[in-house]
Design a protein around this ligand. Structure first.
Ligand code: FES
Length: 448
């Protein structure tokens, strides 16, 4: 935080969102703040944002909204040099709340049709508690359909600034998608769901920068929308470019809200491109065709200065990454989340540009020793997914290498575990793997 500018002896700090889930230590809390010289002509023109923490003396709700630097303000004077603040800002590993905080029952407060095949479910906790999460994170839903238990992860599309509600935007999956289709067809106001989370590191909150580019396709817009709504709710006037891809005008999720946000905020620029070949484009004045290098270069000439958040199906992600790479985006500025039927798979920052979205290790056989079942693999499907296909039970929660629930012992053969698996090195050397992000790299035998 730059408090050294001698030209301005007073700085106005606005504090937003006080959230207990972000605590780096039991005593500290993270705040989001925007600060600028007290000279009103500069307010909003060139703000910068940062995260900082407070170690004690929590301010009242009213005090949180506006403070003037220079007055008695232990929060602000302490935080600028706070070691916790530096640590939190630079960390891309978020603290995970304990089990009791993670699991809760939610009730459906409302349902909205976003497009013909996408619905948003607005949920609130049954116990009336607030929901603490970072914009862009996701939760895991556990439910039984026809006697079988399923777990699926869904990004939160809502803004954490509205702490009593969360929005899950769910797209019907034409080929299967048992849970997503069930939710679209059967979930009603008043129904109850079991959710666990939040999980995930795909959030602009942990990497707050002045300039951002949000790239999304289809239902991949959900976590992006959470970030955008949060930036709008907190009046964080970062320079944001949105480049979104949908099939047709009817498929544009949150269309009215996106246009309203862009119309009201000069710092947010919206571009939507449509990709379907068989629609009538006479009524469409926007972009057409898939996002490519030329389109990004034209719309975002200052790309290397921006932090990019990318979310969508694998093919879309691959194309965008290729283009971003050619346009000299540093890998440290790219954060990705890919979607496989509404289940986000987080890609860690530094492997984002250079690793394939899905491993293709080859054709192998996977044997599950305890259940005596065997399945052939083409090397493109994780061991967890293979187990699910033949009804072998492997516990799981996050499906993204963070919770350790899917930890399984590999008895024979070689495996390829993605970097995102946060497994202990000692466990890994003993043959333990996280099945949700591991692929067979030879014929393998697992201890399940
Ligand atoms: S399900 Fe969480 S690490 Fe695999």
């Amino acid at each position: 935080m730059n408090n050294n500018d001698k030209s301005a002896n007073r700085w106005i700090h606005r504090l937003f969102k006080q959230s207990n889930v972000l605590s780096a230590t039991p005593e500290s809390t993270i705040y989001f703040a925007r600060c600028y010289p007290a000279d009103s002509s500069l307010q909003g023109r060139s703000p910068f944002s940062t995260l900082f923490s407070e170690s004690n003396n929590k301010p009242s709700e009213a005090e949180n909204h506006q403070r003037v630097f220079g007055q008695k303000s232990p929060l602000l004077t302490d935080c600028s040099d706070s070691p916790e603040a530096v640590q939190i800002c630079r960390s891309n590993r978020l603290p995970v709340p304990n089990e009791a905080v993670l699991s809760a029952q939610y009730t459906v407060l409302n349902c909205y049709d976003e497009t013909p095949d996408v619905k948003t479910f607005r949920l609130g906790r049954l116990d009336g508690q607030s929901v603490d999460y970072l914009s862009g994170q996701y939760m895991t839903l556990t439910m039984a359909i026809s006697g079988q238990e399923f777990k699926r992860s869904y990004s939160l599309a809502s803004s954490p600034a509205r702490a009593k509600i969360i929005d899950l935007t769910v797209k019907r999956a034409p080929n299967g998608g048992i849970v997503s289709n069930w939710l679209n067809d059967h979930l009603n106001i008043g129904d109850t769901l079991n959710l666990k989370g939040p999980f995930g590191r795909f959030s602009c909150v942990t990497h707050a920068t002045e300039k951002m580019l949000f790239l999304a396709a289809g239902s991949g817009i959900a976590p992006i929308m959470s970030m955008l709504r949060w930036l709008v709710d907190t009046e964080a006037r970062m320079d944001v470019s949105l480049l979104l891809s949908f099939r047709s005008p009817a498929d544009i999720i949150y269309r009215d809200e996106l246009q309203l946000i862009a119309a009201r905020h000069q710092n947010i620029k919206l571009a939507i491109t449509l990709t379907a070949e068989t629609i009538d484009y006479s009524q469409w004045l926007g972009l057409t065709g898939r996002i490519n290098e030329k389109m990004i270069a034209n719309l975002v000439p200052d790309l290397p200065e921006r932090t990019v958040y990318l979310c969508g199906p694998d093919s879309f992600m691959a194309m965008c990454k290729k283009s971003l790479l050619k346009l000299n985006l540093p890998s440290s500025k790219l954060f990705c989340e890919s979607y496989t039927v509404n289940s986000p798979i987080i890609k860690p920052q530094n492997s984002c540009l250079n690793q394939p979205l899905r491993h293709e290790t080859g054709n192998y056989q996977v044997k599950f020793a305890k259940s005596g079942k065997t399945i052939d693999s083409d090397g493109r499907v994780t061991l967890l997914e293979l187990a699910e296909r033949i009804g072998v039970l492997i516990g799981h929660e996050c499906r993204s290498g963070q919770c350790g629930e899917c930890m399984t012992k590999c008895l024979k053969g070689k495996v390829d575990m993605m970097d995102q698996a946060e497994i202990d090195e000692v466990d890994s050397k003993k043959g333990w793997i996280y099945a949700c992000c591991t692929y067979p790299a030879s014929n393998v035998e697992l201890d399940v």
